[in-house]
Design a protein. Structure first.
Length: 454
């Protein structure tokens, strides 16, 4: 190879080497510019979401970015402006997906509650309750069956009386007495003496269920948490910890019976408490009736009274039907007394024994009368009102109770903290932002940034 050819060859190699090094340096420089812009965006995003709603966290352990910035009017421009303020200026922003606390039946709220409770208490707190959930579901099914059976038994008795052209006497007739009790005010029958029913009301027109609310968009299933039986129990525990109920002392919140509102969703404490008491009475009715059916002494007592009431008819079928309806009336009366025990802070066992049974058949006739002095006793070994509410919360749809819990949170933060602007459907839990920026020499860089409270 000649000297000139060698020189040309080395020159080409040198040029290629310089070009290669220059290309690497350019690529590294571009990548560095990308990293800087990503860092700017990450820093800005974290700074924006560090502006979480303080009172919501302090009172309820929930992180959320209040998207109206205390104006009461939500706009994505608010978020974009804050991103610019914290160093993401010069980057074109658009929201790719966003989730509010209220989306999908308050799913984001419920997820945060699960994380909060796990961090604060650990999941071992409720593992002993998991075995009870099947019992609760079974009791709910049995209560529906028992309600139908009660209607059928009463109809059978009415048909037999009509067929035999007879009627039961009014004196000492628990069947007729209980029918009159059912027409009376339920709360007047179950509230402990000296404990008035709260008269607080709430305007439902302003709640999440009745007003037009913001909805997020985009799918966050890739970062969502799985839910299950334990999660449902954890959510119920959170509600029991943070909200008041009918056995508590009156509070300063928008409603006194907050858990009852979460379960019933009506506009007054009275309505909500009555609905919940009816549900609890139905749950209590099942084991009470089962106890009567298993007690030979109480069945014999009911049959003897039925025979007395049906003495003029002398029809065995009527007597047998009357005895069953008397047992049903007795179980209803016992359930009323159970509610009195619970509302005054006592305990009632899930399954009754002879020792824990409270109401005699003669005492049944005194319920709701002037001589009614049975306020219910505390068995000591049973469950308090709060635990019975736990059962109802587990049996209710999580989506419904999640939204109603946010209703109460909204009302309490407005009333107790003066946050008139606060709306749960403007509180951001997760967001993904699409960013576009120009680096140099016409190079455009597009990337996404995600942030979520977990």
């Amino acid at each position: 190879m000649k000297k000139g050819e060698v020189t040309a060859y080395l020159s080409l190699i040198f040029i290629l080497l310089v070009s290669f090094v220059g290309g690497i340096m350019e690529a590294a420089s571009v990548q560095m510019a990308k990293n800087y812009r990503r860092a700017d965006m990450n820093r800005a995003m974290e700074s924006v979401f560090a502006e979480y709603q303080k009172e919501l966290l302090e009172e309820y352990g929930v992180f959320a970015l209040e998207g109206s910035y205390e104006s009461g009017s939500y706009s994505e421009a608010n978020i974009e402006g804050r991103l610019d303020f914290y160093g993401a200026d010069g980057i074109e922003q658009s929201v790719g997906r966003i989730e509010f606390l209220t989306d999908h039946g308050a799913k984001a709220f419920r997820e945060q509650v699960g994380a909060y409770m796990q961090h604060k208490y650990g999941l071992d707190l409720l593992k002993d309750k998991i075995g009870m959930t099947d019992v609760w579901k079974q009791q709910e099914e049995q209560s529906e069956d028992c309600e139908r059976a009660e209607t059928e038994q009463q109809k059978e008795l009415e048909d037999l009386l009509k067929e035999n052209e007879g009627q039961l006497p009014s004196d000492n007739n628990p069947i007729e007495h209980v029918e009159q009790l059912k027409k009376s005010s339920l709360l007047e029958l179950v509230m402990p003496k000296g404990k008035p029913v709260s008269q607080k009301t709430s305007d439902l027109a302003g709640t999440l269920s009745f007003r037009g609310i913001n909805h997020g968009y985009g799918d966050f299933s890739d970062v969502s948490q799985d839910t299950g039986t334990l999660t449902s129990l954890v959510f119920g525990e959170y509600l029991l910890t943070h909200f008041t109920h009918g056995a508590d002392e009156p509070g300063a919140g928008a409603l006194d019976y907050q858990l009852e509102y979460i379960l019933a969703g009506k506009g007054s404490d009275r309505e909500n408490l009555e609905i919940v008491i009816k549900k609890l009475m139905l749950l209590r009715f099942v084991p009470n009736y089962a106890h009567l059916q298993g007690s030979s002494a109480k069945k014999a007592e009911a049959e003897a009274l039925a025979l007395t009431l049906c003495s003029l008819l002398a029809v065995p079928a009527v007597t047998e039907a009357a005895a069953q309806v008397i047992l049903l009336a007795w179980a209803y009366g016992e359930s009323l007394v159970d509610m009195r025990s619970l509302l005054k802070g006592g305990k009632v066992p899930l399954v009754k024994s002879e020792d824990s049974w409270q109401l005699s058949l003669s005492g049944l006739m005194k319920l709701g009368q002037g001589e009614d002095v049975n306020d219910g006793k505390d068995t000591g070994s049973g469950l308090p009102y709060k635990e019975y509410l736990r059962m109802l919360l587990f049996l209710e749809k999580e989506e419904d109770i999640g939204m109603r819990a946010l209703d109460i949170i909204e009302q309490n933060l407005r009333l107790e903290h003066g946050l008139a602007f606060f709306k749960a459907d403007q509180c951001i839990s997760k967001i993904e932002v699409k960013s576009t920026c120009n680096l140099r020499r016409g190079i455009t860089y597009r990337f996404t940034t995600y942030f979520g409270y977990h």
